[in-house]
Design a protein around this ligand. Structure first.
Ligand code: PLP
Length: 372
């Protein structure tokens, strides 16, 4: 059988997880899986929400409408956009990965620019779709070459994966405004933002005036439902909405109806809102405590946070993947998230700080004690 190999690689994150599990099986030790990319301080508690869902209704048992349930899109318009957009501009997708893939397929650009430190899946999706891509080091670098970027797209991920840093909203808006004015497409893919902001966050509303901005969102991180595979795309461009709908139809025939109903309940019911608030509060609290601990013990790689703040859910530590594994801590070498100076990046690791603080300290204490 001849296979049309794309050249994309399986995720390093998955293979590291398997390696650590194997180590643990062999030596019987407990490991802390900070190589993962999910919030693990707590699960979102759905017990009060599930009762609101009628599993026998057509809403769950029959094909869903292709761009997503109208009531879910209205709820997203309300909670993410303060009712200032039209729900017709929102397309429900099977998570952020699917949303990015649909967007990359649908926009006609010469190339796409990614941050210097980027989520590896961007490159793999682009490899599959045959899209040329480059990196940008700083926002300022993008503003220096408007002509070159006229027929390109730029991805902004803030807070960033893998660095976990956040630039000020004003700085991001200033960049978006300038790129938009030059005709550059901005793909705003920041699924970690709403872990740290509540429903009164009006940043997406501020992005609505830019016609070249495409917002990609996910419910994997901000409400802890990575298993449900649900997210959305927002664009003011009717042709793009139309194309996304067609590609969604012939790729997957819509998005899982149960996950759409579940997110609808979370966004609209009293019980759902409480479940989200509780999840975010606990998650944010332990993330902040964990970052504080790394700063205090000198383990945070401060050089990555000179012009931005370490927020999470990831941070970079000044220890390598191999050094951390000696302390039973799983991580991913920073070299997997960059094409620039991989040798230097190999001395650092990305860790997920969204784990219970007490457990985090238990694993990091022996390392911190050796250093201090
Ligand atoms: C930067 C970034 N964008 C998008 C996603 C997609 O998440 P999902 O497909 O679970 O919605 C991730 C997941 O790790 C991510 O890190």
């Amino acid at each position: 059988m001849n296979i049309n190999r794309s050249g994309a690689k399986f995720s390093k994150i998955v293979s590291i997880g398997q390696k650590i599990k194997e180590l643990s099986r062999k030596n019987g030790k407990e490991y802390l899986f900070l190589n993962r990319g999910v919030n693990a301080v707590c699960n979102i508690d759905l017990s009060e929400v599930i009762g609101n869902i009628d599993f026998n209704s057509d809403n769950i048992q029959v094909y869903p409408p292709i761009p997503g349930f109208p009531e879910l899109k209205e709820a997203i318009n309300d909670i993410y956009f303060g009712n200032k957009t039209s729900s017709a501009n929102i397309t429900i997708t099977s998570g952020g990965m699917n949303a990015l893939d649909l967007v990359f397929q649908s926009i006609k650009v010469k190339d796409i620019y990614l941050p210097a430190f980027y989520w590896g899946a961007y490159i793999h999706i682009m490899t599959i779709r045959g899209i040329i891509n480059y990196n940008y080091d700083r926002f300022e670098d993008l503003l220096e070459k408007p002509e070159e970027l006229k027929d390109s797209a730029v991805i902004i991920c803030d807070p960033n994966n893998p660095v976990g840093d956040k630039f000020s909203d004003d700085k991001v808006l200033n960049l978006v405004e300038k790129l938009n004015a030059e005709g550059t497409i901005v793909i705003f893919d920041s699924p970690y933002r709403r872990v740290f902001y509540n429903d009164d966050d009006d940043f997406y509303q501020k992005l609505l005036r830019f016609d070249n901005v495409i917002i990609v969102e996910s419910f994997s991180k901000s409400v802890g439902l990575s298993g449900q595979r649900i997210g959305f795309v927002h664009t003011n461009n009717a042709d793009l909405v139309d194309e996304l709908k067609i590609r969604l139809l012939y790729a997957s025939n819509g998005v899982n109806a149960f996950s759409q109903q579940l997110v609808y309940e979370l966004l609209t019911s009293k019980e759902g809102k409480k479940a989200i608030d509780d999840f975010r509060e606990k998650t944010r609290n332990d993330i902040a405590e964990n970052i504080k601990y790394l700063e205090k013990t000198g383990l945070l790689a401060k050089e990555f946070y000179l012009n931005s703040d370490p927020i999470g859910i990831f941070v970079i530590v000044n220890k390598s993947e191999d050094e951390l594994i000696d302390y039973y801590i799983g991580s991913i070498s920073l070299s997997f998230f960059t094409r620039i100076d991989k040798e230097k990046a190999n001395k650092f690791a990305r860790i997920c700080v969204s784990v219970p603080h007490e457990k985090f300290i238990r694993f990091f204490k022996p390392l911190a004690e050796r250093l201090n």
